[in-house]
Design a binder for this molecule. Structure first.
Ligand SMILES: Cc1ncc(COP(=O)(O)O)c(C=O)c1O
Length: 412
């Protein structure tokens, strides 16, 4: 991992105990949850915050003048401020969304649709999640722009020379994942966005898999848009945000219309609210975002650098254990990696592997991981993926390796 802080003075066993779900059993075995890249588990403080919101403060936001309305609005807006601090940006430039998918679609429809035209190119990398591919395809179909793909080295790192060479004058937008959900590769997004900016290319960074693992300073990255999801970083599902450069956000028309996003509505026209509320039509996921605020506070209290360092030791251990098992192939071996390990076992289908591991109490994801083009790059239909978080343990890694050995024997 990028930042290596000393993993001292942190009682990781106590931190793990904050996650009630991790105490359960599956198929009579202690659960080993290695699917945090899919969605992360929630600490009790987040669950309690959501519960307390519904019990004590539930009301709609930005509408009612009564006490509950003010409390709900305050709690919801406090998350925007909390997130902004966490990411080193201004809260007015953060649009709260249902997650990354919504955030990238917002960029595609509000920034892309009015601007892109035939002859323009949207540059994406081979490792993008479908959420950073399909919205652009939909916009390209409507505008006549086309998609260009920048390839990878076999280890799963971006071929930066190829990426920069692909940044020709026709390229208007670059979409790049901060961290790959399949390979774990951490991309040098600050350097990449700097190159894009030099060439007048607008950049969208998909931060879904970065925020759970590391400190992210959006201002230092220098991108134009940064999208992320809350449920992978200890927050509730249906939460997330889009950060956008202020002048871009100010120039963008709304994505969806409705309540909350207007100043004045007449039948002959509507005056829209200023950003970020212009992009938050309808009743948002209030309780979810209140919970996300608690999640960010929880992560900040541990410290993102400590989390990165903890996960680096877990990743090194997991990689060592898996490399020692005959017939296991790890896909994605870049130097800079988050704690995500995609793998295959010789002669076994990924789904069979995941099913048998589940019977051992191990939750890993199998499939294409919403990254068909990446699967095609590696010539495989699917992989298994073990993805860790700071709440996992070295004992779990050893138990997982034993389960994998057993499953390999069964399948071999
Ligand atoms: C890299 C990446 N981008 C985008 C997404 C989509 O996030 P969401 O489904 O929360 O909108 C995911 C989720 O798996 C992801 O891993």
């Amino acid at each position: 991992m990028s930042t290596v802080a000393p993993v001292v003075d942190i009682d990781w066993a106590r931190i793990r105990a904050d996650f009630p779900l991790l105490r359960r059993e599956v198929h009579g075995k202690p659960l080993i949850y290695f699917d945090s890249a899919n969605t992360g588990q929630k600490p009790a403080c987040v669950i309690e915050k959501v519960d307390a919101f519904y019990r004590n403060h539930n009301a709609n936001v930005s509408r009612a003048v009564h006490a509950l309305g003010s409390e709900a609005t305050e709690a919801y807006e406090a998350t925007r401020v909390r997130l902004a601090k966490h990411l080193n940006v201004a809260s007015e430039d953060l649009v709260l969304t249902s997650g990354t998918t919504f955030a990238i679609n917002l960029v595609a429809y509000s920034w892309g649709l009015p601007r892109l035209k035939a002859g323009d190119v949207v540059l994406l990398t081979r490792m993008e999640h479908h959420a950073n591919i399909v919205p652009w395809q939909l916009i390209c179909e409507r505008t006549g722009a086309t998609i260009r793909v920048a390839d990878l080295h076999p280890d799963g790192s971006l071929d930066l020379d190829a990426l920069y060479a692909a940044m020709t004058p026709e390229v208007k937008l670059l979409g790049v994942a901060h961290v790959s959900n399949v390979l774990g590769t951490i991309n040098p997004v600050a350097a990449i966005c700097k190159e894009a900016r030099k060439r007048g290319i607008t950049s969208v960074v998909d931060g879904s898999q970065a925020l759970p693992h590391m400190a992210v300073d959006i201002a230092a990255i220098g991108c134009d848009f940064y999208a992320f999801t809350g449920h992978k970083m200890c927050g509730p599902t249906g939460t997330g945000a889009l950060w956008a450069r202020r002048e871009l956000l100010a120039s963008m028309p709304p994505f969806l219309g409705g309540g909350e996003m207007i100043k004045e509505v007449r039948y002959d026209g509507t005056v829209f609210a200023d950003p970020p509320h212009r992009f938050e039509a309808g009743t948002p996921n209030i309780a979810g975002h209140v919970g996300l605020g608690a999640a960010v506070t929880y992560l900040d209290d541990i410290g993102m650098d400590a989390i990165s360092a903890r996960e680096a030791t877990l990743l090194a251990h997991l990689t060592e254990e898996m490399t020692a098992i005959d017939g296991v192939r790890i896909i994605g071996t870049a130097q800079r990696k988050a704690a995500v390990v995609s793998f295959l076992v010789e002669g076994a289908h990924a789904h069979d592997l995941a099913t048998l591991l589940d019977l051992e109490g191990v939750a890993v994801r199998s499939g294409h991981h919403c990254a068909h083009p990446l699967m095609a790059f590696y010539g495989v239909p699917a992989t298994c993926r073990a993805s860790l978080a700071f709440y996992n343990t070295h004992d779990e890694i050893e138990a997982f390796a034993a389960a994998l050995r057993k499953v390999r024997r069964l399948l071999g």
